[in-house]
Write a protein that binds this ligand. Structure first.
Ligand code: C5P
Length: 224
């Protein structure tokens, strides 16, 4: 007998808090977690490590198809391995963020990663975090959330994170980078960042993380 799998998609722009909330919700519900952005980041990193020109669509898609990756979820923080090397922090570098959003605009790269993403859907359920989870990867998911916030609010959160890590940053540059990434993600022709027609939109600009968590958990629990 096949077990019921509850699919929850959480899409939204960079810095909206999707990553943190997806982790918290997966933990609370005992569900698996798909950080689809990590797959695009790893594709970008692996391509750069192999000295592949990021304009070479076919070569980058080939890297995406043949990625040897492993997610270790045994501790609180997921550890990501690329060819058995820990790349958890390396894929979060700003250069990789930009490179990831470039390779993510290629349809052959997206197709190469599709089956890998769908394979995450196992019982009892999955929280799928990304840009096109509700529109392309899991269009039949019963719960779809779209989390957003103003570019300024997202830059402010990122600014605080970087300052806490002891890094010096210019806030206006962060706003500009976020807007550039939004532009690239929403204006691309393949899988653009748009809410699914049946998604619940959550604008977290003036909400605390606890408020967003409670709202999302409530929405999910009503469905399951
Ligand atoms: O979510 P994260 O910032 O880690 O994603 C990195 C990049 O990967 C995004 O800027 C976006 O361009 C791309 N992405 C995507 N589709 C997804 C997840 C991420 O195009 N489902």
């Amino acid at each position: 007998m096949s077990k019921k799998i509850t699919l929850v998609t959480i899409d939204g722009p960079s810095g909206s808090g999707k990553g943190t909330l997806s982790q918290l919700l997966a933990k609370k519900l005992g569900f698996h977690l798909l950080d689809s952005g990590a797959l695009y980041r790893i594709t970008a990193l692996a391509s750069l490590q192999k000295n592949i020109d990021l304009n070479n669509v076919d070569a980058v898609a080939d890297v995406a198809l043949n990625l040897q990756i492993r997610f270790d979820v045994s501790s609180d923080k997921t550890i990501i391995f690329l060819e058995e090397k820990n790349v958890t922090d390396a894929i979060r570098a700003e250069t990789i963020s930009m490179a990831a959003s470039k390779v993510a605009a290629y349809q052959p790269v997206r197709s190469a990663l599709l089956a890998r993403q769908r394979a995450f859907a196992t019982a009892p359920g999955l929280i799928a975090d990304g840009r096109d989870m509700g529109t392309v990867v899991f269009p039949n998911a019963p719960v779809k959330l779209f989390l957003t916030a103003s570019a300024e609010a997202r830059a402010e959160r990122r600014y605080k994170q970087l300052i806490a890590k002891g890094e010096t940053v210019d806030k206006s540059i962060l706003v500009k980078e976020i807007q550039e990434r939004d532009d690239r993600d929403t204006k691309r022709s393949v899988s653009p960042l748009v809410p699914a027609s049946d998604a619940v939109i959550v604008d977290s600009t003036s909400m605390s993380i606890e408020q967003v968590f409670d709202f999302m958990l409530n929405t999910i629990q009503k469905e399951i």
